[in-house]
Design a protein around this ligand. Structure first.
Ligand SMILES: *Cc1c(COP(=O)(O)O)cnc(C)c1O
Length: 366
């Protein structure tokens, strides 16, 4: 396709991760596949299509751009909008057949005012301290909805906080939800679908599966070394990051002295790759990181530029213009894993996958 740099996404990894999640939760729990941030960098349209084929029940996204991609990939499937849009988006909500989230009386009032028939989930905040109404406000929100005919409440959901010891424990948050559910049930206002568990709790708290789950990172194999009480074997969907050699040169005296930076030498053979921090590489790459060319490790020589990156091919005389260089992936018998790359880039697996620029093309492999 003439690209100078691209990422490779394995659709079969997404499919098999989804099957592993389904096998863990069984058929009694719906899967809402969370495809936010363009499916964690994997491309929401293709991800939605493969996940629909694997039998997920619905999708969750934040942005309307992602909602439009998911709608193209998965016609007819429910799409839950996490908080991020408002009543001013009502036309698109109807055109794309989206389910909105209600997080409080202010946004509810706006949606009611549109007068349009809408499907909604109520979002409750059980310790995330972000979006969602406090548990004490939920009954009132449901009353307002019942009083206005245009909003049908299909479900109630929460997202667990990721504050670790700095916030409520998952168990404490879950207890707030179950208390609320008890109250709603007694008042005859319990919505049909209740959902709280996403990737971390799926692995660690099987008791939180409930009517539905909404995992994201797990479906894309980005949970890294997280091991919980339930083992769900997943593989990264992001399998390679590749760039071609677009220039090669033998360095020498006529260029002046080499920069006084790690990795530069007077007589080195240098290759330039058509990828840089503009495509999501870290702006400040540390020295000592390698890439793979023709199955061999060669040093990456920082700094990264907006669209360019240097490698030292002194020890690999067979390297040629146009060669594929792997920042991530397998070449010959060697391999740079996503965990290795994440460590080299000073982030984690999700950070790599979501940090790649939308301008870095995607090639889907099986
Ligand atoms: C991001 C998100 C998810 C998915 O979380 P993972 O940890 O990626 O599984 C689920 N629900 C909501 C509301 C989210 O914002």
């Amino acid at each position: 396709m003439g690209e100078t740099a691209w990422r490779e996404i394995s659709l079969s990894a997404i499919a098999s991760n989804c099957r592993a999640v389904r096998a863990a939760v069984g058929t009694g729990t719906k899967i809402f596949a969370c495809l936010k941030h363009d499916a964690y960098g994997c491309g929401a349209e293709r991800a939605a299509a493969i996940l629909m084929k694997e039998g997920v029940d619905a999708f969750g996204v934040v942005s309307l751009a992602d909602a439009a991609s998911v709608r193209r990939g998965a016609p007819g499937k429910p799409i839950l909008m996490y908080p991020g849009i408002g009543p001013w988006n009502v036309d698109l909500v109807q055109d794309l057949d989206l389910t909105i989230s209600i997080s409080g009386e202010e946004d509810l009032a706006g949606w009611v005012l549109t007068g349009r028939p809408l499907r909604a989930f109520v979002k409750v905040d059980v310790g995330l301290w972000r979006n969602g109404a406090a548990p004490s406000q939920i009954a009132r929100l449901l009353e307002i909805c019942a009083a206005h005919g245009n909003l049908v409440i299909d479900g109630l959901y929460a997202h667990l906080s990721e504050f670790g010891v700095a916030g409520s424990s998952a168990v404490e948050q879950f207890a707030r939800l179950t208390t609320l559910l008890g109250d709603l049930e007694r008042g005859g206002r319990l919505p049909e679908t209740v959902m709280i568990s996403s990737s971390d709790s799926l692995l660690s708290h099987p008791e939180m599966d409930m009517d539905a789950i909404d995992p994201g990172t797990l479906l894309f194999g980005l949970t890294g070394s997280h091991h919980g009480r339930r083992s769900i074997s997943v593989h990264p969907a992001l399998t390679a990051i590749k760039a071609r050699i677009i220039a090669i040169k033998q360095c020498g005296d006529s260029m002046g002295p080499p920069p006084a930076l790690p990795g530069y030498r007077k007589d080195m053979r240098l290759a330039v790759l058509g990828i840089g921090w503009g495509q999501g590489l870290p702006r400040h790459l540390r020295p000592g990181i390698s890439a793979l060319v023709k199955g061999k490790r060669v040093p990456i020589v920082p700094p990264a530029h907006l669209e360019h990156l240097r490698i030292d091919i002194t020890e690999l005389p067979t390297a040629e213009l146009g060669d594929e260089v792997l920042l991530l992936g397998s070449s010959g018998t060697d391999r740079v894993t996503l965990a290795e790359l994440a460590a080299a880039w000073g982030t984690d697996e999700v950070g790599v996958s979501c940090g790649l620029g939308g301008n870095l093309g995607r090639i889907y492999v099986t």
